[in-house]
Design a protein around this ligand. Structure first.
Ligand SMILES: NC(=O)c1ccc[n+]([C@@H]2O[C@H](COP(=O)([O-])OP(=O)(O)OC[C@H]3O[C@@H](n4cnc5c(N)ncnc54)[C@H](OP(=O)(O)O)[C@@H]3O)[C@@H](O)[C@H]2O)c1
Length: 217
């Protein structure tokens, strides 16, 4: 499958590497062609990796991942070109973290709205599925590094898109428990989880963890 990744950071690189290792063709997009991080990733990754602008990646991908800085995601998606994303599944991994006032970051949107919803409103023809934003990059593609049965979430307005993403999470990334939280407004909940996630990382001094949902029978 042809997959487009918007973003050259650790998340884009980690997801991209996993996908080319599985035999997919992956194009990584950035603001400008010739981005050094993307070029380094192409060099290090398996066959099937390529790079270009956000628009190049968006026109290439049959399925897309938004791995851009949350504060810049709407700009990045405008650069990707809404027409290039029409009808496509867009997995939104970004968190709207605002580091402008130092640590810990705040959320630039929360409570009554979310980045996932902003993206779906900006791209009404795209099939946005929010997922993977509640774990660190290495856990996204290798959940077994954290012992036990821990969960990842999906939410979005398009049932078939969520089913496709769930299949990829289970069969390609190895997630055993994928919880469907409902429509895209559930992105408020998974993005606001970041306040706890960041505090926990500072306390337990590792990004290799996840939350467990444990329900009485
Ligand atoms: N790090 C993690 O483990 C983790 C876990 C869960 C979720 N997330 C979320 O995943 C996303 C990616 O995180 P990351 O750490 O891999 O990368 P990042 O540093 O947050 O974002 C890098 C990407 O954002 C783009 N970008 C930055 N400013 C921009 C602007 N003004 N306009 C357009 N694009 C801009 C960069 O474009 P260029 O390539 O052109 O420089 C780059 O591709 C973030 O939203 C983050 O909150 C991260």
């Amino acid at each position: 499958m042809r997959i487009g990744i918007l973003g050259t950071g650790v998340v884009g690189q980690t997801i991209g590497t996993k996908l080319v290792t599985l035999g997919h063709e992956v194009k990584m997009g950035s603001r400008a062609a010739g981005n050094a991080k993307a070029a380094g990733w192409v060099k290090a990754a398996a066959r099937g990796a390529s790079a270009g602008t956000f628009a190049d990646a968006a026109s290439f991908g049959e399925i897309m991942f938004n791995c851009t800085s949350g504060m810049a995601s709407l700009d990045a998606l405008r650069q990707a070109g809404p027409k290039n994303l029409d009808g496509k599944v867009l997995v939104d991994v970004a968190n709207p973290l605002d580091f402008s006032k130092g640590m810990p970051p705040t959320l630039s949107v929360c409570n009554t709205d979310s980045l996932g919803e902003q993206i779906q409103r900006e791209l009404p023809m795209a099939r946005v599925v929010k997922s993977l934003n509640t774990v660190s990059a290495m856990v996204m593609v290798d959940p077994a590094i954290v012992p036990g049965d821990h969960a990842i979430y999906v939410c979005g307005n398009d049932t078939a898109a969520k089913a496709q993403v769930t299949d990829l999470l289970e069969k390609s990334f190895g997630w055993k428990t994928v919880i469907d939280l409902g429509d895209i407004s559930a992105a408020r909940a998974t993005e606001m989880l970041l306040a706890l996630w960041i505090r926990l990382m500072g306390t337990i001094k590792s990004p290799k963890f996840n939350f467990v949902v444990s329900r009485a029978p």
